[in-house]
Design a protein around this ligand. Sequence first.
Ligand SMILES: Nc1ncnc2c1ncn2[C@@H]1O[C@H](COP(=O)(O)OP(=O)(O)OP(=O)(O)O)[C@@H](O)[C@H]1O
Ligand SMILES: [Zn+2]
Length: 500
Amino acid sequence: MNICSSKFIRLKRGLMHSFIVSCLHSNSSKWVEPVGHLTEINVYNSATKCKVPFVLRNINYASWYMCGPTVYDSAHIGHACCYVKFDIIRRILQNFFNINVVLVMGITDIDDKIIKRALTLKEDFRVVSSKYENEFFEDMHALNVLPPTLCVRVTDVVPHIIEFVKSIVDKGLAYKTGDGSVYFDTAEFKQYGKLCPVNHEVGDVFTPKKSVNDFALWKASKPDEPFWLSPWGKGRPGWHIECSTIASCVLGSSVDIHSGGIDLLFPHHENEESQSCAYHGVEQWVNYWLHTGLLHLKNDEKMSKSLKNTISIQELLSSHSADHFHCDSYIKGIRGNCQIQESVLLEKLAYTRQNFVTALADDFDTAKALAILMDFISDINVMLQASSQEYVSFRNPGVIAAASSFVQHVTSQLGLSFLDEEKSINYHEDASKIMDMVTEFRSEVRKLALLNLKNKRTEANVEHNKQLLVACDQFRDKLNLVGIEIKDHGQKSSWNRAKK
Ligand SMILES: Nc1ncnc2c1ncn2[C@@H]1O[C@H](COP(=O)(O)OP(=O)(O)OP(=O)(O)O)[C@@H](O)[C@H]1O
Ligand SMILES: [Zn+2]
C-alpha cells in the first residue's frame, strides 16, 4: 500500500479530548446554533473555540466558502497543507456522511503584491495572476485535491463589490476618507470582535482611519495602478470585501462553513463576518469557521510567499515515501502458507469499520481514524508474514480480500494515493503479465534446482544446481534494481513493487 505520507495529517486544533456541550469560552455566547438538520458530526468551531454539533440549515447541501490564494507567485507546501486538509474534510462530509457539499473558492487576482510583481516583470497584472492561478490549480490537481464547485475571481465581481460597499456606507457603518478610500467603522458596528476580542483604540495621526481596527472596503488607486470607477472615485476593492462579496453572491446571507489557514482568523475573517452581517442585516453570517494550523519552518517562521522561504509543491511530490502490504499474492494463491485467523480478522474488520467513522464524526479526527486503520493493516501484515514451514491446505483468501478491499475503499474515499504504484503497473496489464511469467519461470528453475540438490546425484550435478540457484538470486537482485521485488516462499515466489 502506498500512502502519500504528507497526507497523514493531524486535523486536531488544540486540545479537544471530549465533546463539550456547553462551551465555557465567552465567545460561545455570541454564536447562535443554527436551526436545521442535525448531523452525526461534532466540529471544532473557531467562533466558539470548542466542538459543537454540526447542524446544516438545509439537509440537501452544505454551503462552504474557502479563501483562495493571492496569485502573484507559485504555491508552496504551506498551501498544500491547508488545501489538502480541507479536501480531506470535504471528502469525509461527502463520502462518509453523504453530505452534498457546494464549495466556492475566491481567487484574489488583484492586490498590492500582484501589482508590484507585474511592475517588476513589466507585464499586465492579469497575465501574472492568470499564470499563477493556472499553476495553483495544476498543483492542486497533482495533490489530488478536488476542484471547487465554483471558483470566482475578484476581478469578475467588482460591480457587486461596489454595490456591497455602497450598501454598508448607506447604513452608516462605513465612511469615506479624503483620498477616496472607504473604511468600515468598527466602533459603530457593535458586534465587531466575534472571532477575536479587540480593543476599540483610536487611529494614529498617520492614517485617515478613525480607529486602528477600521479596515479598507475600497482603496483609492495610486497613479499608474489598475482601477475601477466607483462612487468614491478611481479605486479597487479592499482585501476582505472580496471574499464577503463572492461568498454572498453565490451562497447568500448565511453560509454553513467558511475556511482558511489560522493566519486568516484575524483580521481577515473577523472583518468578513462583520461586513457581511452589516450588509445582510443578520446576526450571524457564517455558522462554522474552520481553520487549519500553519506550516512553519525550523526557525518558527511561517512559510509564505512574501517571506520568500517556500518549498514548492513539485519538490514535495518528487520525494514522498511509500509503504507496501502484500494481500494480492495471497489472494491469487501464490503465497499459500500464511497463518490467517479468519474469525479474528473478521472481528477486527467490524471493529475497524465502526470506529473509523466514529473517529471521523469527532471533528474529522483523521489522525485517530488512520491510526485505527494502520492498526488493522499491521494485523493483516502480521498474519500474512507469519508463514508456517508446512504447506497450509486450508486457505481463506475471501476474508483477506474483504479486509484489503475495505482498506482500499476508505483510503480512496479520503483521496489518499492508495496503491498508486501498483495501480500504475496494473494499468499496464502487459507489464503485469510479463512479471507474472518471469516470476513463474524463475520459480520453476529454482524448484527443479532445489529438488535436484535434495536428491544429490553426482558432484557435478550438485555444482550445476548451485549455479542455477545463484543465477536465480542474481536475477532477483537485478529486478530489484529496477524496482521489482521478488520474494521466495519455499518453492514458490511472488513479486511486487520494491519499497523506495
Ligand atoms: N505556511 C502555511 N501553512 C498553512 N497554510 C498556509 C500557509 N501559508 C498560507 N496558507 C494558507 O493558504 C491560503 C492562501 O494563502 P495566501 O495566498 O495568502 O498565501 P501566503 O503564502 O501566506 O501568501 P502571502 O505571503 O502573500 O501572505 C490561506 O488560507 C492561508 O492561510
Ligand atoms: Zn477570504
